[in-house]
Design a protein around this ligand. Structure first.
Ligand code: HEC
Length: 212
């Protein structure tokens, strides 16, 4: 075995041993209020984008994502299921978003610092459908949301950064509310969803403002 190969194998074994010790002794801090080291954060972001890029190749977005009917249908579902984490025009933070790590991007602002070029609609569709591991972003298809309703949300989210607070409220109020296939269509939502995503309805008033 050449000296170089021995060096490579020794370095590899040392790295594995160090990682094992860090994990076993509990030195790795899983607290959501302790950020990752910058290099770890960048590595996870790189892995996420590579993983998504590989999986969206065969997804073709429908041609009518600019259609206002789609955007309106997406609005009611966004207000019910997403705004607690991803905010809305004129709302700077929420109790839920403040404590999440990674912090959910503010989808009411265009600059989320992520790739928004070609493939943006397919990328959003994939993320909403499948979620992102260990991040708090749910796989909404597991709750029964069908592809058509997910595309409505993509249509809405693409338009959202250009919306004023009043346009947002108008769209939410004229939508069919929380109304995708697989959801409870009755006006009474599950207590979990009410408590987490709509603090006003659960009687937990904390100063956050949410469109009703
Ligand atoms: C409990 C909090 C939470 C809820 C509710 C939630 N998300 Fe997310 N979402 C996240 C987090 C956290 C991320 C970032 C994940 C990461 O960086 O790995 C994310 C990422 C995203 C992204 C990718 C944004 C980008 O450009 O990188 C989209 C799009 C998205 N969510 C849409 C939605 C939609 C639509 C809904 C409602 C149906 C929703 N999310 C509900 C937490 C949430």
């Amino acid at each position: 075995m050449s000296k170089t190969l021995v060096g490579v194998v020794a370095t590899f074994l040392a790295a594995i041993t160090t990682a094992g010790v860090v994990v076993y002794t509990g030195a790795f801090d899983v607290a959501a209020d302790t950020p990752h080291a910058a290099v770890t954060f960048r590595l996870i972001a790189f892995a996420r984008e590579r993983s998504i890029a590989r999986r969206i190749k065969d997804i073709t977005p429908p041609g009518d994502l600019g259609d206002v009917t789609r955007v309106r249908r997406g609005a009611g579902n966004y207000a019910a299921m997403c705004s607690g984490c991803h905010l809305e025009p004129g709302v700077e933070t929420s109790e839920l978003r403040a404590g999440l790590y990674p912090q959910p991007p503010n989808l009411a602002k265009s600059a989320t610092g992520r790739s928004h070029e070609a493939g943006d609609a397919a990328r959003k569709f994939w993320i909403v459908k499948h979620g992102i591991k260990a991040s708090g972003m749910p796989a909404w298809s597991k709750g029964g949301m069908e592809d058509a309703a997910i595309w409505d949300l993509v249509a809405f989210v693409q338009r959202l950064p250009k919306m004023s607070a009043s346009e947002y409220r108008e769209l939410v109020e004229s939508s069919e509310g929380h109304s995708h296939a697989g959801s409870q269509r009755s006006p009474v939502r599950s207590s979990a969803a009410k408590g987490i995503l709509d603090p006003h309805e659960s009687g937990h008033r904390n100063g956050d403002r949410h469109a009703r």
